[in-house]
Design a protein around this ligand. Structure first.
Ligand code: HEM
Ligand code: HEM
Length: 298
């Protein structure tokens, strides 16, 4: 989990403790409500509830929608502004006299900070959910198409790009950035790849296995059942279903977040290895060792 989602959740939990302690205090001595009611309400709602929701949403929504937060650094500013705003407001309110003079100016300042924090949160969470513009699936690949356009519609083409010399596409950041603006023609020119041959290869491979029914099983890979060995083109999703203990091989090489990625099920073992710059042979050997261990427990 990233640093800021974790910090939001931890801070939220601290406010939950504080909010509950304040609630109990008011319950014991209701005369304290005059001073502490505002503090109790805002520590619970602006601190505990909002920060918990924000922390969980920052972790889950980008994975759920397979998009990056529109402004990741905004999480840091939101965290600072929301905590400062909240603590400033509740302190001034509890001390009293917040409705006049200098204390009021300070209260307004903290209220604005908290307000800005909400606006940043809105921006990040609202726009992470906006789906990319839907474009119809192309029936044929042409040299003028952008690299990312091909990969968006036909994720299985990634291995063809990688094996044809476009290694930089192994990096997801590259697929999100320059692949969106560079056409296949331009990319071939830059990497000294024969455009006509490459476009022909893409069309041949993509449309050979891609039935018009457009189901997911048209990826360039294969299923595996128990009793079989893993191959370079075995789908990761199918593998971990047949042999659950192989999951730890991927986690040891790619990190624990690996299985939260929505694309993993229909990526082949080889594709994941090249994406993570790991030798596919090494991964395959370790996976088959696990399969042997699972098949002959002794
Ligand atoms: C141990 C937990 C809690 C205790 C003992 C507690 C206690 C209280 C008490 C005694 C009041 C009345 C204050 C008054 O006289 O004006 C109150 C009000 C309030 N509490 Fe809590 N509370 C707890 C948790 C929470 C939580 C978790 C939330 C929100 C997530 C919350 C939200 C509120 C709100 C919004 C009010 C104001 C209600 C109104 O306007 O009538 N409380 N709480
Ligand atoms: C930008 C953030 C916020 C600011 C600047 C802010 C400010 C204020 C102010 C100035 C009051 C009036 C206090 C008084 O008259 O003593 C108030 C009351 C209240 N606020 Fe907020 N608030 C914020 C966020 C929230 C959120 C997120 C919630 C709930 C989800 C909330 C729930 C309430 C409630 C229930 C009251 C009534 C309290 C009472 O009955 O005494 N506020 N807020």
């Amino acid at each position: 989990m990233d640093n800021y989602p974790r910090l939001f959740i931890k801070a939220g939990l601290m406010y939950a403790l504080l909010g509950a302690a304040l609630g109990v205090t008011i319950a014991v001595d209701p005369s304290l409500a005059v001073r502490l009611r505002f503090v109790h309400i805002h520590v619970n709602l602006l601190g505990f509830m909002t920060m918990m929701v924000a922390g969980v949403a920052f972790h889950v929504l980008p994975r759920f929608s397979a998009r990056k937060l529109p402004w990741p650094a905004g999480m840091k500013y939101q965290f600072i502004f929301q905590n400062t705003g909240l603590l400033g407001m509740v302190t001034l309110h509890a001390v009293g006299g917040w409705q006049g003079g200098l204390a009021h100016a300070a209260f307004v300042f903290f209220a604005i900070l908290a307000g800005i924090a909400f606006a940043i949160m809105f921006y990040n969470l609202y726009f992470v959910l906006s789906a990319p513009e839907e474009t119809p699936k192309p029936e044929k690949i042409t040299g003028e198409m952008k690299v990312a356009e091909v990969l968006d519609h036909f994720p299985q083409a990634l291995s063809l790009f990688l094996e044809s010399g476009f290694q930089s596409l192994a990096n997801p950041a590259a697929r999100q950035t320059f692949a969106k603006v560079v056409s296949i023609d331009k990319a071939c020119e830059k990497h000294s790849v024969n455009t006509t041959e490459f476009v022909e290869k893409l069309n041949r491979e993509i449309f050979k296995t891609n039935s018009p029914s457009d189901n997911e099983n048209t990826n360039l890979g294969r299923e595996i059942s128990r009793g079989e060995k893993c191959q370079a083109d075995t789908w990761v999703g199918s593998l971990v279903k047949a042999y659950p203990t192989t999951k730890k091989v991927f986690e040891s090489h790619y990190g624990e977040g690996c299985f939260s990625c929505p694309g993993q099920a229909f990526e082949t073992v080889e594709q994941t290895a090249s994406m993570h710059n790991v030798d596919p042979e090494l991964i395959l050997k370790e996976i088959n060792n696990e399969i042997d261990k699972e098949s002959n427990p002794s």
